[in-house]
Design a protein around this ligand. Structure first.
Ligand code: PMP
Length: 354
């Protein structure tokens, strides 16, 4: 730390992103990216947009908004785009929380929430998951705090039903409920249809997972126009050109190729079922996941050993050292070939150790 670093941030512990090795030698199953290439329409549109990089991007994202509204059935004033969904999540902490109205989220969830809370000096409460890692919906009634729920949750992959989230919305009419649906396209129920009905609901999604665009950094929030206006006040006060023009074009391209996105999501769901079935037969406990990853704990070999041994053999997964989940690894679902490589490697490791 330099002697100039603001006292405000001296105790901030930043988020630790997953490893991004730059050599391609790993079967990379650690950061929940899509194993499929982006849509050709996205790539071609981005290449064309590169010719116009001299100009600033459109701060109103008009062309992307028009395409988005046609696909998602929203109105232009109900959506905001961001540089990855992390950015709109940060905006939500800035816009809808303060000292008097803190944040609440599960004790096991996306690790960025406590970082955003600390960055913005927002007091926060972490409500414990149940023993089986499910969210205790009743604990979220009348909390008088801004609620952040990843659905499906990370790193467990377990999803709440839409009606359970609706109960939380009704139980907190004076608080914003942010539903982070980064992984919703792999079998869970989206709360997007509820945004017209509940003025306290903000649904956040990303193009990073189901649309194979993690490197482009494109996320969005959908909610009541007044919520979106608040988020835009924050956006225009930080970075009005937050979505670059190549990413915007790629977003329009991929939204013109919904068949491709749907086919990729179905392939991930099939590969997930195949992997879970095989790993359970090897002695892994895995909660039912509706995400593009699974959360796996072995009966006899500890989580860190599995992470290390997999890495030594060229398979990268995500291990968290937090005591409540250190027996587990989060494993991204990839192609069938990648999953076969994972299973073969796990078999070798377990044979050596049992
Ligand atoms: N929410 C959750 C639950 C995530 O796991 C991630 C990915 N790390 C994000 C949001 C952010 O994704 P992105 O910024 O790539 O849209």
């Amino acid at each position: 730390m330099s002697r100039f670093f603001s006292a405000r941030y001296q105790t901030l512990t930043p988020y630790t992103p997953g490893e991004q090795p730059q050599d391609m030698k790993y079967v990379k199953l650690n950061t929940n990216e899509s194993p499929f290439p982006p849509s050709r329409k996205a790539v071609e549109a981005a290449a064309e947009a590169a010719e116009r990089l001299r100009l600033y991007s459109d701060p109103e994202c008009r062309a992307l908004t028009a395409r988005f509204c046609a696909v998602f059935g929203t109105e232009p004033d109900e959506v905001i785009f961001s540089n990855g969904s992390d950015e709109v999540l940060n905006y939500a902490f800035m816009a809808f929380c303060d000292e008097a109205h803190g944040a609440v989220f599960p004790n096991i969830t996306y690790g960025f929430y406590p970082v955003f809370a600390e960055l913005n000096r927002v007091p926060y409460t972490e409500l414990p998951l149940r023993y089986d890692f499910t969210v205790d919906v009743d604990a979220y009634y009348g909390v008088h705090k801004t609620i952040f729920l990843a659905n499906p949750n990370a790193p467990t992959g377990i999803a709440l039903r839409r009606e359970e989230i609706e109960r939380i919305l009704r139980g907190n009419p004076e608080s914003v409920v942010v539903v982070d649906e980064a992984y919703v396209d792999f079998g869970a129920e989206s709360c997007l249809p509820l945004t017209k009905q509940y003025d306290n609901l903000l649904v956040v999604q990303t193009f990073s997972k189901s649309r194979s665009m993690a490197g482009a950094r494109l996320g969005f929030g959908v909610g009541n126009p007044e919520l979106i206006r608040d988020l835009n006040t924050i956006r225009y006060s930080t970075n009005p050109y937050n979505v670059n023009s190549m990413t915007m074009a790629a977003g329009i391209g991929v939204l013109s190729d919904e068949e491709y996105t749907r086919a990729n999501c179905r392939a991930i769901e099939e590969n997930r079922a195949f992997t879970v079935d095989a790993m359970r037969r090897m002695g892994f406990a895995i909660p039912d996941s509706l995400a593009n990853f699974i959360f796996a704990c072995h009966a006899t070999v500890d989580g860190e050993t599995i992470y290390r041994e997999l890495k030594a053999r060229g398979v990268l997964v995500r291990h968290f050292s937090k005591p409540a989940i250190c027996d587990y690894n989060r494993i991204t679902i990839g192609t069938r070939e990648q999953m076969q490589a994972l299973l073969d490697t796990l078999r070798d490791i377990l044979e050596e150790r049992t």
